[in-house]
Write a protein that binds this ligand. Structure first.
Ligand code: SF4
Ligand code: MG
Length: 330
């Protein structure tokens, strides 16, 4: 199957008075139909920016400075804003952390769904309303026939996020970008929402980019995972392989921070130190100031993402590319 989404060498920059900040660089990945790619990392790692670059909603002065984004084989990153906006509603659905950012407070959820459906699918108001009802039932809104005429504030947080999922799927998009879709919800609701998202995308063959800081959410939901650090993907591969055998020292640290993922209860640990700031990126591997495995080579040369020999994953780490000492591979 051809990938629904192809992201190639994407660089997002922010021009500032003191020079250009490179927020993400060399970001490349594909997502297949019905596949969920989780993107994980600390806040500021560039996950949300990557999502926004794909949706076409980077906040100026942030801009896509290099790379290509293709949807169903067609380049979309260089389209004029109006065409981009059409694609956003019709081909790409978006789900954000706060459901209220996606919903208008003064219109009923039925009116909002119907409008989106009629605009993008070109059906009559009557058909639109019927599809709105079907969608609300599909996302598990009880008494949908009644609730369709309620306003967003009349729904609980979890129910509102279900409505947003219905809205994101309204035009039957080929891609959904979900940025921290459960972070604002009660823990008891989170698993229901991720399970719903997973089921719907499987059923509709929708590709999903799931952005989250929570490796637990990724473990439950994603097929593959891309780990981001300081604006780059440092490890990518099937989620089970990465959980069982993380190769990049940063990913290993992330795994240790999840309770219950490891068979024996390890102490919940945090990775010491902080991610470097954009205007103070260290030379070499950006993780080297925090890395327990760093060697002399790590402070000088930056490793590219490359397949790990004998594994299904790729990692950007000298440990897997000839060693961390100067002599190795230089
Ligand atoms: Fe650590 Fe070196 Fe690998 Fe970077 S390249 S993650 S510093 S071992
Ligand atoms: Mg974010």
């Amino acid at each position: 199957d051809r990938a629904v989404l192809e992201v190639r060498d994407v660089r997002v920059e922010f021009p500032t008075r003191r020079g250009t900040l490179v927020a993400t660089d060399g970001v490349s990945f594909d997502i297949a139909p019905g596949e969920i790619l989780g993107m994980v990392g600390e806040s500021g790692a560039g996950k949300s920016l990557t999502g926004m670059a794909i949706i076409g909603l980077l906040d100026p002065p942030g801009r896509l400075a290099a790379g290509e984004i293709r949807l169903e084989g067609t380049r979309i990153d260089d389209l004029p804003p109006r065409k981009r906006q059409l694609i956003r509603g019709r081909k790409i659905g978006a789900i954000f952390q706060d459901p209220l950012t996606s919903l208008h407070p003064l219109f009923t959820v039925g009116a909002q769904l119907t409008e989106t459906i009629c605009f993008h699918l070109g059906v009559s108001a009557k058909e639109g309303r019927m599809r709105a009802l079907t969608l609300l039932k599909e996302v598990g809104i009880p008494a949908a026939d009644e609730r369709v005429d309620h306003y967003p504030h009349q729904f609980s947080g979890g129910m509102r996020q279900r409505v947003v999922i219905a809205l994101a799927l309204a035009a039957n998009p080929c891609l959904v970008v979900a940025d921290e879709p459960t972070t604002a919800l009660d823990v008891s609701i989170q698993a229901q929402i991720t399970a719903l998202l997973k089921r719907l995308c499987r059923e509709h063959g929708t590709a999903v980019l799931l952005v989250t800081h929570d490796m637990g959410v990724i473990a439950e939901t994603a097929d593959r995972v891309a780990v981001m650090y300081a604006g780059r993907i440092v490890e990518i591969g099937p989620v089970l392989d990465i959980i069982r055998n993380p190769r990049h020292p940063y990913t290993r640290g992330l795994m240790r921070s999840i309770p219950g993922l490891r068979q024996r209860a390890e102490r919940l640990s945090q990775i010491e130190g902080a991610m470097p700031r954009l205007h103070a990126m260290p030379d070499g591997c950006a993780f080297h100031p925090r890395c327990p495995d760093a060697g002399p080579r790590c402070g000088i040369a930056r490793p590219d993402l490359a397949p790990v020999s004998g594994a299904t994953t790729s990692a950007a780490c000298w440990l897997h590319q000839g060693g961390v000492s100067h002599a190795a591979g230089r």
